[in-house]
Unconditional design. Structure first.
Length: 224
């Protein structure tokens, strides 16, 4: 079984150390590094090359969303997710806009967290309840208002954007759509040009924000 390499970024040492011990007991997870602020998260992500980065919304020295943007740009293989106490929907939307592929609320059961890490590592967008409903609701409202986002994309480009939003690599996109990787790269370049975006992480966040990719995995609401 291939282990999922995880980086933890949280300013609360007791929580961070405790979660590290819990995750290291899981056969499929390896905590490759941990840190207390955003700047350290960027540095350690570049060195450790994690599969999943779990970062709190309230970290210091380069905020969580800024750290996320840097990690997405410098470590394209990493999936970045929020693990936080905040159930504020604005924090959720800010995280999604910054390229988060998960928004998990602290307090969930260990088994649920492990499952979420596995889903995120495999390209799923995972959001804790009840925030998942709010995100899906916002997407539905945008569609109901007839949002024009992505109207200038071709059918093929829209398909690629949807797969991109789910974390698919160029190779996986090519295999799914029965096209070459080179053709995938050409389409991706056109998508970025049309949407005036800089990279695939921004494109994935754009797709989720504008309702062009609506598959969001819900996880159980924390007890109590």
């Amino acid at each position: 079984m291939k282990q999922i390499k995880v980086l933890l970024a949280d300013d609360k040492e007791i929580f961070r150390e405790g979660l590290t011990r819990i995750l290291e007991e899981q056969e499929q997870i390896e905590v490759v590094s941990q840190c207390s602020n955003g700047r350290q998260a960027i540095e350690k992500a570049n060195k450790a090359e994690p599969d999943v980065v779990l970062i709190d919304t309230k970290i210091s020295e380069c905020g969580s969303t800024e750290a996320m943007r840097h990690i997405n740009e410098s470590c394209p293989g990493a999936k970045v997710a929020m693990l936080t106490d905040s159930e504020n929907e604005e924090d959720l939307f800010s995280a999604i806009e910054a390229g988060a592929t998960g928004y998990l609320v602290k307090g969930m059961k260990v088994g649920d967290l492990v499952k979420c890490i596995d889903l995120i590592a495999n390209g799923e967008v995972v959001v804790s309840s009840p925030l998942a409903g709010k995100l899906i609701g916002k997407i539905a409202v945008m569609k109901a208002k007839g949002a024009k986002a992505g109207d200038n994309l071709s059918g093929r480009e829209a398909e690629i954007l949807q797969l991109l939003a789910r974390g698919a690599t160029n190779k996986e996109i090519a295999k799914t759509l029965f096209i070459t990787e080179n053709t995938t790269k050409v389409h991706l370049k056109k998508i970025l040009e049309k949407l005036q975006l800089r990279n695939r992480q921004q494109a994935a966040a754009y797709a989720i924000k504008h309702g062009l990719a609506t598959e969001v995995t819900d996880v159980p609401e924390k007890p109590g």
